[in-house]
Design a protein around this ligand. Sequence first.
Ligand code: 8IG
Length: 268
Amino acid sequence: MSDFSDPYAAARDAARHLLDRLGVPRIDVGLVLGSGWSTAIAGVAERLAEIPLAELPGFTAPAVSGHGGSALLLRSASGRHHLVLTGRTHLYEGRGVAAVVHGVRVIAAAGATRLVLTNGCGGLNPDWAPGTPVLLADHINLTATSPIVGARFVDLTDVYSPALRNLARRADPTLPEGVYVQFPGPHYETPAEVRMARTLGGDLVGMSTTLEAIAARQAGLEVLGISLVTNPAAGLAPTPLSHAEVLEAGAAAVPRLRSLLAHLLEEL
Ligand code: 8IG
């Protein structure tokens, strides 16, 4: 069991360990890849190293099929170093909030100034077919928790950087924007909860990202959030949700995600 009694010290320790193993003094950008995204990173930029997450302090192997479990060090054509985590810890795994945001805190402690958070999610907008990537404009955190403990009041205006959203739209001008609603999971929503999310102003429903974005803003990172809609949210399609459908939509979207990731790795 990992010791998160001082989660910031745990992140500094893991970052030192990681940079030693990678043989670089710091990283420039961090990326966290969610459902459907980890296969899209293959062949994007030069790969310098791959470390199984389970070998790094505070991380565990991924619990879900469709999620990867490595830390990749990539180098862009301009020579910048990107650390890609191909899996994440979800709140529903029961390891606590500190474990959920540990990867983001390690990325910050390793020197990054920018972070890309990706996920697979359910869509509330019928115009967004499965396989559509959507930029996060904002979020609603329905987990009833925070990664921050104590009187540390972090501003979340523009939690997802408008400048980074513009940069992403230069690669793909048709990218829509939406508000992401994080539920705790691991069950999907009921149709009534999906209607509630829409009434609250949500466009996307998922089980990750908001707690990581909060921890990232606390650490001073600029954040870009991108969701891949893999299914219509419950009650919006005639058939029940299935994890197989999620994996299929992810596979079909790989070419578009790959070119988006390639652009981001060069421009960030
Ligand atoms: I992929 O429809 C994926 N993850 N909460 N709802 C929630 N999480 C998801 C969904 C969904 N699809």
